[in-house]
Design a protein. Structure first.
Length: 757
């Protein structure tokens, strides 16, 4: 990396022809350019130009004399070899350097000097003698080549700066993760036995690290936790979503880097032999640079957009973080591709108008490049938040098809460069293939008999809730479920949709001994299910299916997922299970995601809504374990319907708190937002809990966070605020955490459990 940075510094130094005049092959290329437009009459004009340049002794002699006059020996052997190989391609042999040995100094002085007027491309000059280009003419040609190569090196260097930037970001993420790991390991070390309250306070983590906590608290307050602007973070702003501030700062830095590198260091000059007009030089250099940087961003786009991104494991950041990076890198790359395409369109149009442009439309590389840009723009247009949210399956099909089209057309766009830019194309393909291979490996790790993985899907009409119960056979599994993780589920029942997979957060693991009659659907559900059945179906079939649900897979634990049906995939699940518990053949891919270290906090506040209750359900077993440091767990849960609450508490919540020391640790505060309910304790719902409070209306998230923060001050063990629910609730929890930090509650940490599409 250091040599690249040194090159960047050197490239910023003002251009100086004289200092480079005697260096490298570009000096020899200057001689080639100065003599490249003239012909010598010692060869037949009917031969191709390349063949004439190899066979004309006058041309070769003039070329060698030019190099001898203006260039040093550095780079000569390389240049001669390249010229010899070029001539060999035409079955010609290039004369050796010794053809000018008989020219003395006086002879060289008497040789006629070729002027710029004679050597320009439009002059059609034919010579009958050996010549040497005038020094001023040679300098123009040399500087033309040297500047073009200088710009080309810059284009590539700036393209690789994209990787250097993200390398720094990943190193910061890795370093942060290692620091947290070391701190966690230190907290596991044995501590002296306390002799009283003073000793407890003296050895508490909050007091022991007080000097270090202030900078970290400021970092959380102003950078790590807040929304980018004001309040909205999980909520959309119009047709857009705004990432958290730390992500936005990273994205802004990347946008700024791309902008700067696309507008600096262009060495245009009057007299350029390739592009005489200054405007033409700028258009060419800007078009080339934006095209190369756009292509350099491709591997990053594909890497950040995959489920099995290795950087997820290295940094511990969630899929949503890299998905935001994926979108913004793609948007920047698309803007650069548009500038690249418009720039070359302008160059072609300026050189010959529509007739000239029409000829390019038949060039294979040109129209493939135009199509690649169009597909990239289409991906961005069809990836707006509104479409992703309301028609995700349509978005996904368009996204995948257009991405394949982009790679295909871009490959043929750069094909003329003989593999020079394949370094940016093939990594995308490799990343995509590896992602699919790892997906299959995850499916096999869940169940090696993946073709026979069964799922019991049941739908409760009263609560409008789907439960997926998937037996988890430890004997065939290579990975164990962890709290806070999620799985992608493919339903194979319908061949038309079997390629689609959707992520669901794990609710909890139901063990064989926990399976009881409460798994069964209610009588009301069974009665409603019978209404949806065909008259030809007998009631005995329904009873048999329900009985099989209660008795199947008794030997294995099950993964339980709670799903609210909406459109698309979940609507099809609802339809399948509406007539009663249904056995579906599925593929299960996972687990994905990171388990947050909630067990190291003495207090944990879950702020959840609806099926977001799956998050505290997944963590409760670990938090109630004897190894957990958590002494207070408060679940603030907002639900729309009382029936939904009743169903989840009776059929899911009790599975977790059963036979565990939950009475003194867990507080459940439920807010029913669409029905009037008297405040107070519900004895039936609160069975197994001493503190179960039912309230009407929306919860006051700010008051809940402040109350828990106040209690945490006396415990000195830290407070974890975990949000999973509607976007507004998550934003309320985020802002409430910031306000608690502002009031001096240093030990509070914020975690948001949400899948960012």
């Amino acid at each position: 990396m250091l040599p690249r940075l040194v090159h960047v510094f050197l490239f910023l130094i003002p251009y100086n022809v004289a200092s480079a005049l005697q260096q490298g092959v570009y000096c020899y290329l200057g001689c080639e350019l100065s003599l490249g437009s003239v012909d010598f009459n010692d060869t037949a004009r009917t031969l191709p130009k390349k063949v004439r340049d190899c066979t004309s002794l006058r041309h070769v002699t003039s070329l060698y004399l030019c190099a001898d006059a203006y260039c040093g020996p550095s780079g000569r052997e390389t240049w001669l070899k390249e010229q010899g190989d070029l001539c060999a391609n035409f079955n010609q042999t290039l004369p050796g350097w010794d053809v000018i040995d008989h020219y003395g100094d006086d002879d060289k002085k008497r040789i006629r000097r070729l002027t710029a007027e004679e050597g320009i491309w439009s002059a059609n000059t034919v010579l009958d003698e050996v010549v040497i280009p005038e020094e001023s003419f040679f300098l123009r040609c040399f500087r033309t080549w040297d500047t073009a190569m200088y710009e080309n090196r810059l284009h590539w260097l700036y393209g690789f700066c994209m990787y250097y930037f993200w390398l720094v970001v990943v190193v910061i993420g890795l370093s942060t993760r290692l620091i947290h790991l070391i701190q966690h390991l230190r907290t596991q070390e044995w501590q002296p036995i306390s002799s009283g309250e003073d000793d407890v306070e003296r050895h508490s983590p909050a007091r022991h690290h007080a000097l270090l906590s202030s900078p970290y608290t400021l970092l959380k307050r102003y950078i790590l936790v807040p929304a980018t602007f004001g309040y909205r973070c999980s909520q959309n702003v119009g047709w857009c979503t705004v990432p958290p501030r730390i992500q936005s700062c990273t994205i802004f830095a990347f946008v700024l880097l791309n902008t700067i590198l696309c507008v600096v260091n262009y060495q245009a000059f009057t007299g350029n032999m390739f592009w005489p007009r200054l405007s033409a030089q700028y258009f060419r250099y800007i078009s080339d640079r934006t095209g190369i940087i756009s292509l350099a961003n491709f591997p990053l786009i594909w890497l950040f957009g995959t489920r099995n991104n290795v950087l997820l494991w290295v940094t511990g950041w969630g899929f949503g973080t890299y998905n935001n990076f994926h979108r913004w890198v793609a948007r920047i790359s698309t803007v650069q591709a548009v500038v690249h395409s418009l720039g070359y369109t302008k160059i072609i149009w300026t050189n010959g108008g529509w007739p000239y442009f029409e000829k390019y439309l038949y060039k294979h590389y040109f129209w493939n490049g135009e199509l690649a840009t169009i597909f990239m723009v289409a991906i961005c247009v069809f990836s707006v938040y509104g479409l992703r949210r309301s028609h995700y399956e349509i978005f996904l099909i368009i996204h995948i098809a257009a991405s394949v089209a982009v790679i295909w057309t871009m490959y043929y766009h750069v094909y003329i460069f003989k593999g020079e830019y394949d370094w940016f194309i093939w990594p995308c393909v490799i990343v995509w293939v590896l992602d699919r291979v790892i997906r299959m490996a995850r499916i096999l790790s869940f169940d090696s008999h993946f073709w026979n993985t069964k799922c019991i899907a049941s739908y409760d009409f009263d609560s409008n809730l789907i439960r997926l119960d998937i037996p988890f056979g430890h004997s065939r599994a290579l990975s164990n479920p962890q709290p806070g993780t999620y799985y992608y589920i493919y339903v194979l029942s319908n061949p038309l949709y079997m390629h689609q997979s959707h992520p669901f957060t794990l609710g909890y693991v139901r063990h064989p001994e926990d399976k009881s009659e409460m798994e069964r659907p209610s009588r009301l559900q069974t009665r409603r299910a019978s209404v949806h059945r065909s008259e030809s179906e007998s009631s005995t079939e329904s009873d048999a299916l329900l009985a099989s649900d209660a008795t199947s897979d008794q030997a294995n634990p099950s993964l339980v997922f709670l799903v609210r049906p909406y459109d698309g995939f979940t609507a099809r699940l609802k339809k399948s299970a509406s007539s009663g518990p249904t056995e579906l053949r599925v593929l299960v891919e996972g687990p994905y995601g990171e388990t947050n270290p909630l067990s190291k906090f003495s207090s944990v506040l879950f702020v959840v809504g609806g099926t977001g209750i799956a998050v505290p359900l997944s963590y409760l077993a670990a938090l109630l374990d004897s190894t957990s440091k958590s002494t207070r767990i408060h679940i603030l849960w907002a639900v729309r319907e009382h029936r939904f609450l009743t169903d989840v508490l009776k059929r899911d919540f009790r599975q977790i708190i059963q036979d565990r020391d939950a009475e003194d640790k867990v507080t459940l505060t439920v807010h029913v937002t669409q029905e009037d309910t008297d405040e107070g304790k519900d004895d039936d719902l609160g069975e197994g809990l001493k503190r179960c409070v039912l309230k009407a209306g929306r919860p006051d998230v700010y008051a809940a966070v402040e109350e828990e923060a106040q209690l945490e001050e006396t415990n000195h063990g830290g407070l974890a605020v975990v949000a999973c629910g509607p976007a507004q609730m998550a934003d309320d929890a985020r802002r409430a955490t910031i306000q608690a930090l502002e009031r001096g509650h240093r030990g509070i940490e914020y975690f948001e459990e949400s899948f960012k599409w």
